[in-house]
Design a protein around this ligand. Structure first.
Ligand code: NDP
Length: 300
């Protein structure tokens, strides 16, 4: 009989959000209301749903949210001007620029315009560089959520062999950096990797972030491995459309010791860590402002 543990991302996210709510309430009691500005350019239906969910979650945590819906054909300068205004606004602690942007706006330019201290997605090069140097910075939400699930499931990760499948800037690379920080031995696989399944089969921990439905089956997994499935893929089977991960769940389940389901695994953690990052950004800015406003010691 299979005794694999189902890693419950919904329950883990609820715990993270509950703590955020408590910490936000304590900031509000001190006169600071954490605030997240969400900027959406265009009318991509999936992005609209993501933005709505982020705003709802912020409200549940007591985080104030500001929503900026910009037309699809907005000029790059206008977007950069809005970002500059939000950077300068001391009542805004986090800025989230919903991706993807329309093709005429250069994504890197827009992301780099965000104040790194307000970059709650952790995509600014200052935060990316800080992460690779092991400094405490705002780290991307999905990999942070995966790390929390791993710590909850495995405990100490030190010395474990982790294989990350996928090397995107949003998931794969920051995931590898966080695992390295947690003292794992890390292998990163990508579309040019040779013998990928054999390499993956050596891992204690497998993180799948490929974007290919059910690509990773039992032949990629060592017995007893812990599997975190980041993939979210919509597939159609007959009349029905549903979400599946990058891991073939039914094939993997008899082999692994623990696995995240899709949906209900990593997805809820991503949004929970966006709220946590907004709180962290607000706490850091409050500290910086308190320092800069402290009276100079008097000279007698
Ligand atoms: P990208 O498309 O940006 O990256 C996919 C990565 O997979 C690339 O590095 C690519 O390699 C690699 N890859 C593609 N084919 C293979 C293969 N056959 N073998 C090994 N590696 C391969 O995707 P993202 O990282 O943005 O997202 C990955 C998945 O995670 C998607 O399903 C996405 O929807 C989901 N996602 C889920 C989130 C959540 O909250 N749960 C958040 C973000 C993403 P190469 O670099 O060589 O092209």
């Amino acid at each position: 009989m299979n005794s694999a543990q189902l890693i419950d991302g919904k329950a883990a996210a609820a715990r993270v959000l509950q703590q955020v709510k408590v910490d936000v309430a304590s900031m509000v009691a001190d006169g600071i209301q954490p605030c997240l500005a969400v900027v959406l350019v265009g009318e991509d239906p999936a992005s609209q749903v993501y933005v709505r969910n982020k705003i709802l979650r912020a409200e549940e945590c007591g985080i104030r949210s500001l929503e900026y819906k910009l037309a699809d054909d907005i000029g790059e300068d206008e977007l950069l001007e809005l970002i500059r205004r939000l950077n300068a606004d001391r009542e805004v602690h986090g800025i989230l620029l919903q991706l993807p942007l329309p093709a005429h706006i250069e994504e890197t330019l827009a992301l780099q315009a965000i104040d790194p201290g307000k970059d709650v997605d952790g995509f600014h090069s200052e935060n990316v560089g800080g992460l690779s140097q092991g400094r405490t910075v705002l780290t991307p939400c999905t990999p942070s959520g995966c790390m929390q699930l791993l710590h909850d499931t495995v405990g100490d990760l030190s010395g474990k062999h982790a294989v990350v499948i996928g090397r995107s800037n949003i998931v794969g690379k920051p995931m590898a950096a966080l695992l390295l920080q947690a003292h794992c031995s890390v292998t990163v696989l990508h579309s040019r990797s040779q013998n990928a399944a054999a390499l993956s089969r050596q891992a204690d921990i497998v993180i799948a972030a490929v974007g290919r439905p059910r690509m990773i089956d039992a032949s990629w997994l060592k017995p007893g491995a812990v599997v975190i499935d980041v993939g979210i893929n919509r597939i159609t089977e007959g009349e029905r459309s549903r979400l599946v991960g990058d891991v073939d769940f039914d094939s993997a389940l008899p082999v692994v010791s623990a696995i995240t389901p899709v949906p209900g695994g990593v997805g809820p953690m991503t949004i929970a860590f966006l709220m946590k990052n907004t709180l962290i950004a607000a706490q850091q800015q409050a500290k910086t402002h308190a320092k800069s406003e402290a009276p100079c010691p008097s000279i007698s």
